[in-house]
Write a protein that binds this ligand. Structure first.
Ligand code: ARG
Length: 246
């Protein structure tokens, strides 16, 4: 009898412990789109970068773990809508259009659009006019800007070439299959350090990046915002900025 009680007590204790650790270590699936250095890129087969560290740091303050999934940028929103993803951490610009589908955290980074060309080429800012081929990443604010302001207005007479990942666009730029690529200014600056490409101009779009969750997932959004605040207040944010932007 005594043994039985002890066993039952131990088993229930184990159960409580197991439940406790489960509740502590809730894992959220985070969608990103690598090839966007220094925010997300592949290094030794791992997806790393500022956004990855940021969401991990936020998770640490709020007691959740993350599992990062890499996919094409234009399938991220569908990912949270269908429940395959809990969070988007992809240098995603907060826009009215996207606000209709997802809820964004407080902004965590500002950016504009930049134009890059192959190093040593004669192209300058005027590459955006006339018969030139411009590469963009599908569904990005750069894509929308080039399509709406240049292509549809007939200012750009060449092609707008769509890529799933910027790495491929930058490769095509170096191979002279493209005349220019339009992408977020911090990422353009990083590519200019990593590859033989040059930034020839900037379009001031005044974008702000936010982390995103499904519309109405207030519980998770509150955790993210609380965590973001803690990451900023504790100095961890400055540490991450120094790690990735210097
Ligand atoms: N900020 C831009 C946008 O929201 C580009 C983001 C691209 N992000 C990425 N991880 N490839 O459209």
């Amino acid at each position: 009898m005594k043994f039985k009680i002890t066993l039952i007590t131990m088993l229930s204790l184990l159960l409580v412990l197991a439940m406790g650790s489960m509740a502590l270590a809730e894992t959220y699936v985070v969608g990103t789109s690598a090839g966007f250095p220094p925010f997300e890129y592949v290094e030794n087969g791992q997806i790393v970068g500022f956004d990855v560290d940021l969401i991990k740091a936020i998770g640490e303050t709020q007691g959740f773990d993350v599992e990062v999934k890499d996919m094409s940028f234009d399938s991220l929103i569908a990912g949270v809508k269908t429940g395959n993803l809990d969070i988007i951490a992809a240098g995603m610009t907060i826009t009215d259009q996207r606000e209709k589908a997802v809820d964004f955290s407080e902004p965590y980074y500002s950016a504009d659009q930049s134009i890059i060309v192959k190093e040593g080429s004669d192209n300058d800012l005027t590459v955006l006019f006339g018969d030139h081929d411009i590469g963009v990443q599908t569904g990005t604010t750069g894509d929308i800007w080039v399509t709406d302001n240049l292509s549809k207005k007939g200012i750009l007479k060449g092609r707008v070439v769509h890529y799933e990942v910027f790495v491929m666009a930058v490769n095509d730029l170096m191979n002279e299959n493209l005349d220019a690529v339009v992408l977020d200014s911090p990422v353009a600056a990083r590519y200019a350090e990593l590859k033989p490409v040059t930034v020839v101009g900037k379009v001031v779009t005044g974008e702000q990046y936010g982390l995103a969750v499904n519309e109405g997932n207030t519980e998770l959004l509150n955790k993210i915002n609380a965590g973001l605040k803690e990451v900023i207040d504790s100095g961890k944010m400055n540490e991450l900025l120094a790690k990735y932007f210097q």
